[in-house]
Design a protein around this ligand. Structure first.
Ligand code: ADP
Ligand code: MG
Length: 280
């Protein structure tokens, strides 16, 4: 784990959604048909994301955030409207995305090294390359000493970190991250956030990131998209008033950060009251 506290180096920010459209939701509505009823998860979502942008989705449980990630990955398709990725409509699995779902889906019969190296094995990477890359990623997510542990022997946070290392081993163009740091303690979460920002800048990844944590939403994002309660519609898109080079450890002293966090709270509070008791 690196201990630097800045968000890393990086190019100038892609101006909020105004660069070349890279991911585009065009009037996307998704309704799930259940045996006894239909559930409209998201409704008329239109959103354009530029390459290299870090966009955070926030909103109450059940408003369709995971559904939007699923549609970007091509696991589900819209009931109406369309999702475009790099100019093409997403109609099958979108192999340019790497998806870290809310469940980590680690392979229980493989230890940490085995899980992280899986994508490299699938790609046919040689033994030496695999060993070096896996060791680097395990260090990056702070799991040294647990290389031989199996998922059942790991805490929730460790499992998440293993899943993140595996995702980075796959090295996708776009990262879809669904509440990846929710189970981590504060110090570890900060370290992971710093690393993720550094990766996003240095490797120019496009990131769609779901969180319940509004502080995290502001700290990481170029823009935050706030959704209404289900069916999720875009309530507001907020451009984060922070430089891309940010010192995450000192943000709480930054008045712009405090102001945007308060603004998100004011937007979210009414929707939370509307969805009390809903599971995520
Ligand atoms: P969020 O991630 O914002 O909490 P989700 O996208 O998981 O919300 O879910 C939005 C709504 O769609 C919820 O009511 C959920 O139960 C429903 N839903 C999501 N996936 C499915 C599915 N595969 N089948 C049926 N209903 C689903
Ligand atoms: Mg979800």
């Amino acid at each position: 784990m690196q201990t630097q506290l800045s968000g890393g180096t990086g190019a100038a920010p892609p101006s909020a959604g105004s660069g070349t459209p890279f991911i585009r939701f065009q009037h996307v509505t998704k309704t799930f048909e259940l045996p006894d009823r239909s559930v409209r998860a998201v409704e008329d979502v239109s959103l354009t994301i530029s390459q290299g942008e870090f966009v955070v989705l926030v909103g109450p449980s059940g408003c369709g955030k995971s559904t939007l990630l699923n549609m970007t990955a091509g696991l589900f398709h819209p009931t109406s409207g369309a999702v475009f990725y790099n100019g093409k409509q997403v109609s099958g699995y979108n192999l340019n995305t790497g998806y870290m779902t809310q469940n980590d889906h680690l392979l229980p019969w493989r230890d940490v090294v085995g899980n992280v190296s899986t994508p490299l094995e699938i790609r046919g990477a040689g033994r030496g390359e695999r060993r070096d890359r896996v060791a680097h990623l395990i260090e990056l997510v702070g799991l040294q000493g647990f290389e031989k542990s199996y998922p059942s022997q790991l805490s929730g946070g460790m499992r998440k970190r293993t899943a993140l290392a595996r995702l980075l081993a796959y090295d996708p163009e776009t990262l879809l991250l669904d509440e990846p740091f929710a189970a981590l303690d504060a110090q570890l979460r900060l370290n992971m956030q710093i690393e993720l920002l550094r990766i996003s800048r240095s490797l120019k990844k496009t990131i769609l990131f779901v969180t319940h944590d509004l502080d995290e939403a502001v700290a990481l994002s170029d823009r935050a998209v706030v959704f209404t309660a289900r069916p999720g519609r875009i309530r507001q898109i907020t451009t984060t008033p922070l430089p891309r080079e940010r010192n995450l450890a000192a943000l709480r002293h930054d008045p712009e950060y405090t102001r945007m966090t308060a603004e998100l709270w004011d937007l979210i509070m009414p929707t939370l009251q509307a969805t009390r008791g809903e599971a995520s």
